[in-house]
Write a protein of this length. Structure first.
Ligand SMILES: Nc1ncnc2c1ncn2[C@@H]1O[C@H](COP(=O)(O)OP(=O)(O)OP(=O)(O)O)[C@@H](O)[C@H]1O
Ligand SMILES: [Zn+2]
Length: 688
């Protein structure tokens, strides 16, 4: 047999490639294997994409690969194809998709070369003593499915091959139980289940449920968890178990969509509407959208679950492209919580609280029930201000205010939520010398402090990005909520979704209006989802759940739909508006965001790229079908001394938009090089 001499390799470098190499006689390299190659002055790990007849540049310039790693079986063809699809859809080099998907130990040259490598990371992992001790599985509370749940399970099990299912179940309707029943069926057929959740904080709750239900079926090593909070070794262990087919259930956040599954039978995407499925840097992918492509590729069903589906998914279900299944009732209490609007125009607030809200918290305390105070703003106060001259605490690097934080042991600091800047709190106004600086507004820290003072007998805790910075601290806090130890919980969106708190009777929402007048066309959709989710934490196990939303605009449609628990009407009306205004899901969008020293430079670059549509003959065919908006500065124009502007491109047809990008983006890249400007491309942006 002829020695296959030439291979094409995916490398994690920001260049288009292709990268071709020679395989010396002494080595064998096949598709899907990882290889060590020289690249410039460095050595890199790459993935063999294919063997080729001849390289795409002169043979004498082609270098030899240095090593082949065969400590794992080659990555499967369908995994490579999946990466190639994602790369082409999001217009990124394939190496930037495939390599970052893997644990770093498998793509670092250092883990295979040098004295300490000892046969590479997989061998080291295998040699390590198996420490997994079979603990008794956690208590399982399997439920007999109610009628709605049973119908949903039956409908999914009847599917042959690929189908997207939208499971629209109100909060607390028992979607998890449906997922678990589906998973059991798939596992008994010997297939794998991929289970995506939006947030790391939700993984322990689901991991417990999966262990309880399936540890006997698949063994302790049969469940692998993948998320960005894992230590490197844990991530490697999970990856190896998945690629070897030992892990039967893969639970993870968005990154888990790139798991090298061996025999997948079902993909589940819980809280499919959640923006956390969108990666906001590097490869800006949507794990929800990729899950649908992956299921299609593997010819298996994919279940998207939500109480408040994204309007994209809702529209697909309305026209019959997705199978819509509904859970209209709560599983335990059968009652939805009563949602009431507290009109703040009429009343004087006490530290941001309406008297009825404080009264309601007191009542729940007396009954031994928990209350959740939801406020999407962390820190102590959003800004400090001088009443005599109007000075405000502005970030020196960004066009935003710095937020006052109380740092235990460090006193007060001003912190920028955009660039990470820290500064001292001035003792007097830097402009006029006035010594009475005021705090404006309130964040979670200030609310926590006030509630503790107002209810000294209660256990008040705060869950937000600050209180959970240390590894494991979020889990501890959530455990304390579940155990009932915490009486009043103050939290940001971290606590709003997915959690099944048993003793929580009351939810209070403080600053909902902040999102009401955003320029983003998705703002009402997001607000409805967020409020419905946080409301859904109330009264899941006890009757009499109540939600109090403080607002100065109770007549707004989004609030009116919310108090009636009427997602359907809200979603359909929103879709009508989107249709008239040609917005997604009735059009498809791509965003180019440019960053420069001055916003003018960024705008100039975008204007030039915009003009290509009219000036380049090869783009003229697209003029009728592509709509380009005027470039605009971002709402927060400067972050860390960099100014930003964006250009939105739109088309009614996804394939036309994709074809256009294929022609246009290489020209954009040339202009970018000429202007020496940093920019990124985002297909299907969620925030505009
Ligand atoms: N058939 C059933 N009978 C009784 N209780 C059930 C049944 N199914 C589920 N439950 C219980 O109902 C509660 C809510 O279920 P679950 O957390 O799955 O809701 P969910 O639909 O995921 O809600 P959310 O969208 O708010 O996350 C859980 O405590 C669960 O154990
Ligand atoms: Zn800043």
């Amino acid at each position: 047999m002829k020695h296959n001499q030439w291979i094409r390799v995916a490398l994690d470098v920001p260049l288009a490639g292709p990268f071709d190499y020679r395989v010396p006689e002494s080595l064998q390299a096949i598709k899907g294997q990882r290889v060590l190659v020289p690249f410039g002055r460095r050595e890199l790990v790459g993935i063999v994409l294919e063997t080729i007849e001849s390289p795409s540049y002169p043979e004498d310039q082609v270098k030899d690969i240095l090593m082949v790693f065969d400590d794992l079986s080659p990555l499967p063809q369908d995994w490579l194809d999946f990466g190639l699809f994602a790369a082409s859809y999001y217009h990124r080099p394939v190496g930037e998709v495939l390599l970052p998907a893997m644990p770093s130990a498998l793509r670092k040259p250092g883990s295979y070369t040098g004295k300490l490598s000892k046969g590479g990371p997989v061998a080291r992992l295998d040699r390590r003593k198996k420490t997994a001790i079979a603990l008794a599985p956690p208590e399982d509370n399997t439920h007999v499915l109610n009628e709605e749940q049973q119908e949903a399970v039956d409908a999914v099990l009847a599917i042959k091959g690929f189908k997207t299912v939208l499971l629209h179940g109100v909060t607390g309707s028992g979607k998890t139980e449906v997922y678990l029943h589906l998973a059991l069926d798939v596992l008994t057929k010997g297939k794998q289940v991929l289970f995506l959740v939006p947030e790391i904080n939700l993984t322990p709750q689901f991991e417990q449920a999966l262990l309880a239900r399936f540890q006997q079926v698949v063994g302790l090593d049969g469940i692998a968890v993948l998320h960005s909070g894992l230590a490197e070794g844990e991530r490697l262990k999970a990856w190896v178990a998945i690629q070897r087919g030992q892990a039967r259930i893969v639970l993870g956040t968005r990154m888990a969509i790139f798991a090298p599954l061996q025999q997948a039978g079902l993909i589940i995407v819980d809280e499919e509407h959640d923006a956390s499925y969108k990666q906001q840097e590097g490869l800006r992918y949507s794990a929800r959208d990729l899950a649908i492509w992956r299921a299609h590729q593997l010819d298996i069903p994919v279940v998207l679950g939500s109480a408040t589906p994204s309007l994209e998914s809702w529209q697909h279900a309305n026209v019959g492209r997705y199978l819509k299944l509904t859970l209209a009732k709560r599983a335990k209490t059968t009652y939805m919580p009563a949602i009431k609007l507290v009109d703040t125009k009429q009343i004087k607030l006490e530290q941001g609280f309406a008297p009825v809200v404080l009264h309601a918290i007191r009542e729940r305390l007396e009954r031994g029930e928990q209350s959740l105070v939801f406020l999407n703003r962390r820190g102590y106060a959003p800004v400090i201000h001088c009443a005599s001259c109007g000075w405000m605490s502005q970030c020196p690097r960004c066009s935003v205010y710095t937020v006052l934080h109380r740092m235990p042991g460090h006193g007060n600091v001003l912190q920028c939520h955009h660039c990470g800047y820290y500064g001292r709190v001035p003792v007097k106004c830097p402009d006029c010398g006035n010594q009475d600086l005021e705090m404006l507004g309130r964040g979670t820290q200030r609310v926590e402090e006030y509630l503790q003072a107002a209810f000294p007998q209660a256990c008040v805790e705060r869950i937000d990005a600050d209180s959970t910075r240390l590894k494991g601290s979020a889990r501890k806090l959530f455990d304390r909520v579940h155990s009932g130890e915490i009486d009043i919980l103050v939290g940001t969106q971290m606590v709003a979704k997915g959690h099944d708190f048993r003793k929580l009777g009351l939810v209070c929402v403080l600053n909902a209006d902040a999102m009401l007048f955003s320029s983003d066309f998705r703002a009402p959709e997001k607000l409805f989802a967020q409020l419905a989710q946080v409301s859904g934490r109330a009264g899941r196990h006890v009757a009499g759940g109540e939600v109090l939303i403080q607002t100065a605009y109770p007549e707004q449609a989004v609030y009116q739909a919310l108090i009636r628990h009427d997602y359907d009407t809200f979603a359909n009306a929103s879709l009508e508006e989107r249709k008239i205004t040609h917005l997604p899901p009735f059009s498809h969008q791509v965003l180019i965001s440019a960053q420069a020293k001055t916003v003018n430079q960024a705008m100039q670059f975008l204007l030039e790229t915009r003009q290509l549509l009219a000036s380049q003959p090869q783009l003229s065919g697209f003029q009728a079908a592509i709509n380009m908006y005027d470039p605009v500065p971002l709402r927060i124009v400067r972050v860390a001394h960099v100014e930003r502007a964006q250009l939105l491109v739109e088309s009614a047809s996804r394939p036309v938009l994709q074809a256009f990008l294929g022609h246009w983006l290489p020209l954009v890249q040339e202009i970018g090089k000429r202007h020496r400007i940093r920019y990124f491309t985002e297909v299907d942006p969620l925030e505009i």
